[in-house]
Design a protein around this ligand. Sequence first.
Ligand SMILES: [Ca+2]
Ligand SMILES: [Ca+2]
Ligand SMILES: [Ca+2]
Ligand SMILES: [Ca+2]
Length: 416
Amino acid sequence: MNLKELKCFVLVQILFGIITFTSCDPLEEKPATFEGIVINEVYASGEDWLELYNTLETSADISGYFIYDNAAAKYQLPVGTTIPAKGFLVLTCNDLGTGLNTNFKLTSGGETVYLENARGTLIDRVEFPELSAGQSYGRYPDGTSNFAISGTPTKGALNGGNQTPAILSTIREPIVPALNQAVVIKATLVSTQGLEGITIYYRFNGGSYTSATMILQAGFYTATLPAQAVTGTMEYYLEATGTNGLKSYEPATAPAKVLRYILNTDVLPQLVVNEFLALNSSCCPDNSSGKNEFDDWIEIYNAGTSAVNIGGMYVSDNKSNPFKYKIPDTDATLTTIPSGGFVIIWADNQPEQGALHADFALNGAGEDVGIYYLDGRTISEYSFGAQSENTSWGRTTNGATTWKAFSSPSPGLSNQ
Ligand SMILES: [Ca+2]
Ligand SMILES: [Ca+2]
Ligand SMILES: [Ca+2]
Ligand SMILES: [Ca+2]
């Protein structure tokens, strides 16, 4: 069941008057049924492990339970696996797929892990954030629904009081700031238990960082970065401090890695999204892997009078997120489009295949497609409806304002 179907399913339930606590938010999945066994702590930055906790007063037999991060490859726990009352069981996540070694590893960038009982009922799900070296993510107190990051993992033991408040996400308003414009940064936390405060650090065009306390406003920890009158780069990161003195960061590895935006006043290049194919099953294969892959593609046309290197610019399938895929600026010969020329960007979700392979695919049911400048400003974007298989949608002639379907697509060539 895809997310849209899930949303409809929930709505139907409400229509028939069945009481449900499931959210209609299409990003949420079906709820887990609590049976007393939970994923209590997650360690994903090195020798990965998962700690299960038995919240019950009696020993639990979890033979045949399923643990997984990918529903297509669930790992089943061996017969005879038990957890004592109020006790722990550690699963090593090392790809081995035998005994208490799962058939998967965890990603330190954050992901979701699932636990099902032997009948296949989902009994717990934990979505953990990006973790830096030495950090774990767990329940505080043990077995409860309150989560935090810890700088002191407690593998197979009580999580104790070592938690640090964890920042779940940040929002920037506006996402593409302009000169002389103040910028609001809003943070949400995994939980506010044991929180001393949130501090933002920022600097413009290098130098030392300035700090400011973020204020809780309408559910967000909020700070305003001052407007800048000149072009350049604003860098910033957030620090959450617990009442126990422990700290966590967003990004997790700050200040080695920080968030940033660019203030830029360049005249935008005359590039256009000229043609694309969102449902490819037999047209124009991508053979960059040595095999014929029938992938989605986006044709960019340079309508200007000089060559343009698109390295460092972005393509996206979502107008509200122009920063979705940054085109690498490592190979100008690959990413430079001559005047009147074209480049094909494969929307194949295979960025490992090269600079011109975006980390998303186009939805044949319709969505957005766009190219954005170094600072995120819109160069050319287009919203499309449902597409037909192997039929591209493109401008009637190169760079024209009118669009039509092409039963003979022309990737890298003039539209006619
Ligand atoms: Ca623990
Ligand atoms: Ca597609
Ligand atoms: Ca490909
Ligand atoms: Ca074309």
